[in-house]
Design a protein around this ligand. Sequence first.
Ligand code: UD1
Length: 422
Amino acid sequence: MEKLIIKGRKSLKGEIVIAGAKNAALGILPACILSDEICRIENLPDIIDIKNYISILRCLGAEVTYTSDRCVEIDAQRIGCDDTSAANEEIRNMRASYYLIGALLGKCKYVNIPLPGGCDIGTRPIDQHIKGFRALGAEVSIENGKVKAKAKELKGATIFLDVVSVGATINIMLAAVKAKGITTIENAAKEPHVVDIANFLNLMGAQIKGAGTEVIRINGVETLRKCDYMVIPDQIVAGTYMLASAVTCGDVLVKNIIPKHMESLSAKLLEMGVSITEYDDAIRVVGTKSPKPANIKTAPYPGFPTDLQQPMAVLMCLAKGVSTINENVFESRFKYLDEIRKMGVEISVNGRTSLIIGNGKLSGCPLKATDLRAGAAMVLAGLAADGVTEITDLHHIDRGYEDMEGNLRALGADIKRITIEE
Ligand code: UD1
């Protein structure tokens, strides 16, 4: 078993370059299944989720060649849709494996794969994905923990999403790009990675308009060709390091980001007294010794991202007074607060609202990462806390953060990973 040991209260200083976006890459990799030629994807983050997705594609029959740590060439022409059993275990363990449904349905008009897994942050149904596939003409059923979908032909349709869902928006795009006629997705998600995946598909020859707005129109095409594509920077990882600077009263330049994607976080940090300076593709974050309490309400983009709710809670713990969080996206994304409470902060949770009564400090203790972003929040809490914080269950963090302890050490943190006997 591995553990992170953090001796807190060191101000972070320096620069960090943000890698490609996990959630964009996790849509782009399966989108390659739809191409009849080789796709080259650059700026992939070097994280477990990406390695696992590549392993799934290989199990399904794709040829994947790493040309560097961050660049792959994918030839998915030989992927068949009849037997996916070699990849079933990995599919079951990952949330973004749901994109295989849209991509395989788009390619072969048939798919039969396990339901997706992922972080335990709520019920996470896929009814809106299924509603979209059915509207396109597929018969969809769930049997023995697997999703089965088949269609003679996929035909464009108008789909109004009952909830704004990133996954459903992207999955329906994947199934619809090669469907006959026009598909319209209304009440679509506008997240940066929805736009990135649409840009990737368009570069391959798809005809998608409106990605980034609430109405996306897709004119189906017969074939998709090869392309070279560079994944956008990771909005959530960028936000995590911005918050790492804020909670350590640091001075960090977060580079290779799109400042527009960070606006909801930057605005909240400014409100809390943190200094923010925006450049074309970087943001400098200078923390304050006495952050002000704040209220956040998570919402689909351009609202405050639910994935930054947990790291933001750490800054709220350091603000003297009452801060509130309304979690409007996932209904049980507060489990991690039971861990943070152990650090000496008064926290109450009532349904989708939590109150954090910060007293200006955190006290180091052993913590268990409960999911990906919760794990990142615990690292931030350890960086800000008095004394030593030990964090276990690091596999959650490694799914989405590239060498987090190395990056933080380079910024001056006292953090190390050790292996301990079980
Ligand atoms: C994606 C991200 C995740 C992020 C989330 C919200 C990936 C791999 N994961 O997750 O990191 O936290 O967006 O930005 O990109 N819902 C339904 N029915 C559906 C689909 C969703 O009711 O068919 C609900 C969900 O339960 C949730 C809300 O819609 O309450 C938003 O979920 P969604 O945007 O789909 O999140 P994911 O795609 O799972």
